[in-house]
Design a protein around this ligand. Structure first.
Ligand code: ADP
Ligand code: MG
Length: 226
């Protein structure tokens, strides 16, 4: 059984087809890069896999559970407990401090304040952000902010991290550093990663790469089945 699976997904926005039969298998523990030009359907595919968008047709499966037919409540619970998200920018609350931002998903899950802040604080050394706990997000560099975003995505212990152009707003050196951190961290916590990027250097960090073109997933580098 495939850990995370998209099977022949279609999705249109009005008359614009975004996905036209996209299929993808993600294995537990792998870091998969989804590449392709702008507008090819990468983000739509990620949002369908993560239960944020419902496809018009096709199926999404996660760990033996059908996702696309779940009700809102079940899907929200799944996203909160099993999935973490890193986007290009905008997912952090600028008025809050770095440690507040990392603690927030735990607080939303009903974790007690002291426990949540204790757990959030443990991330700073791991993220290379020691001493920046009480900085407001607006006082951090882009690279530091994305490290906070990685901590925030992983603090709840998700089994899948969805990252959509996580280094898209960074210069290439800073982006490389964030990718190194992201990969080291997900390996340490045994998470599976779906990494959307149009940047080959970013995709080079993945275990496997597939390409999306015109709403379809082209065959990636196939592993030999025995
Ligand atoms: P990518 O992430 O590869 O750049 P997207 O999945 O964002 O591609 O978009 C695929 C296609 O769907 C594009 O033609 C895009 O303009 C369209 N699209 C995506 N999101 C929306 C939306 N919310 N409303 C209308 N069209 C959209
Ligand atoms: Mg996109």
């Amino acid at each position: 059984m495939t850990f995370l699976k998209a099977d022949r997904l279609t999705k249109a926005f009005g008359s614009t087809p975004a996905l036209r039969g996209a299929s993808l298998d993600v294995e537990r523990g792998e870091i998969l890069a989804v590449m392709g030009p702008s507008g090819s359907g990468k983000s739509t595919l990620l949002h369908c896999l993560a239960g944020i968008f419902t496809p018009d047709s096709g199926e999404v499966w996660f760990d033996g559970r059908r996702v696309d037919t779940m009700g809102d409540r079940e899907r929200t619970a799944l996203r909160r407990t099993a999935f973490g998200f890193v986007f290009q920018f905008g997912q952090l609350v600028p008025e809050l401090t770095a440690v507040d931002n990392i603690a927030l998903p735990l607080l939303l899950d009903g974790v007690r304040r002291r426990t949540a802040y204790g757990k959030a604080g443990e991330w700073f050394a791991r993220l290379g952000l020691d001493g920046l706990e009480t900085r407001r997000m607006g006082e951090l560099s882009g690279g530091q902010a994305q490290r906070v975003a990685v901590g925030r995505a992983l603090v709840t212990g998700p089994s899948v991290l969805f990252a959509d152009e996580p280094t898209g707003a960074l210069d290439s050196l800073t982006g490389e550093n964030v990718m190194d951190l992201l990969v080291d961290t997900v390996r340490a916590v045994d998470a599976t990663v779906v990494l959307v990027t149009h940047d080959a250097r970013v995709a080079a960090h993945a275990d496997r790469r597939v390409t999306v073109r015109d709403g379809e997933v082209l065959a990636g580098v196939k592993r030999v089945e025995v």
